[in-house]
Design a protein around this ligand. Sequence first.
Ligand code: SF4
Length: 110
Amino acid sequence: MIVTTHDRSDITPDSPDVSSDPPRWMAQGICAGHTELFFAPHAERPPSRLRREAAARQVCMRCPVRIQCRDHARAHLEYGLWGGESEAERAAAGYAVPAPIGGRTVAEAV
Ligand code: SF4
């Protein structure tokens, strides 16, 4: 999820995710201003979550830094939907957060 702006002149989708903070690829994310799609609101019910995540995933599928974003979220055990991948999907891939929101299990991800 991207909520920052930076000079984009020297960034390409393949730019390495070196130790810059935030990572340089984040400047190319197309989700700025849409935080509500990527993170669960309090007490979100499963049908609402599925609709929200589907809408977020559609944004991610058009994003030029989707793979970097997904890999970042996996490496940092992020919450929310990153790179088209939900928290539950990351858990199923072996990158579970310590305390899943809503107590979701890996089995619910698939
Ligand atoms: S892949 Fe999705 S969450 Fe990641 S920067 Fe792009 S739009 Fe945002």
